[in-house]
Design a binder for this molecule. Structure first.
Ligand code: SF4
Ligand code: SF4
Length: 192
């Protein structure tokens, strides 16, 4: 009986932490996870994650914040939304991944180099309205002080270039001003 009371206390305090640090609606939904594992079984990148989506929910409920933020899981999420559409409890796991990435950057707790790729990507989208692969990879490897990584990618880059799959110069889309307004709006709402 005593053991049960302690478990309940721990659960409540962890959900309270989720509410304080993340979004109240996410915290409420985390409560309803039945640990069925459908999210993990559906996730195309789970094989490479430190912890699977199901484990992440369990860890958050147990207050294991630091382990979650130090894991590569949020950074390997491909935003495919499989976990979200298949979750029987209606948990929007993809949104949770975004929230965790924002939190990790805010608190400076993340696996080495992880946010750099995202920042390089959003930088190219801000400038051109779309990804610019050559610039993206150059910025990533230079900012992570790993020029050797860039050299290792060169043969694949060359093959893609020869097949016309890798433009050297970035393409700018039309309507960049409108896109910038939308991105500003999302950032103001904490969603960008
Ligand atoms: S699919 Fe939903 S209910 Fe099942 S473990 Fe994942 S988050 Fe929990
Ligand atoms: S949205 Fe992310 S966590 Fe969910 S299934 Fe897709 S890759 Fe996995």
């Amino acid at each position: 009986m005593v053991h049960k009371v302690r478990e309940a206390d721990l659960f409540e305090s962890s959900v309270g932490l989720v509410e304080r640090v993340l979004d109240t609606s996410i915290a409420e939904k985390i409560r309803s996870c039945i640990q069925c594992g459908t999210c993990s079984a559906s996730c195309p990148t789970a094989y490479a994650m430190d912890y699977t989506p199901r484990w992440i929910i369990a860890a958050l409920r147990a207050g294991q914040w630091e382990r979650v933020l130090r894991s590569n899981t949020p950074w390997l999420c491909a935003s495919c939304y499989y976990c979200t559409v298949r979750c029987p409890s209606g948990i929007e796991f993809t949104d949770l991944m975004y929230a965790l990435k924002r939190l990790a950057i805010e608190r400076g707790i993340y696996p080495k180099g992880s946010p750099v790729l995202y920042q390089a990507f959003t930088g190219t989208v801000d400038r051109y309205g779309r990804s610019a692969e050559v610039e993206l990879m150059a910025r990533y490897y230079l900012r992570t002080l790993n020029p050797w990584g860039l050299i290792k990618m060169a043969p694949m880059g060359l093959r893609m270039l020869l097949k016309g799959r890798l433009p050297l110069l970035p393409h700018r889309i039309e309507g960049r001003r409108e896109l910038a307004k939308m991105l500003d709006y999302m950032r103001e709402r904490g969603e960008g």
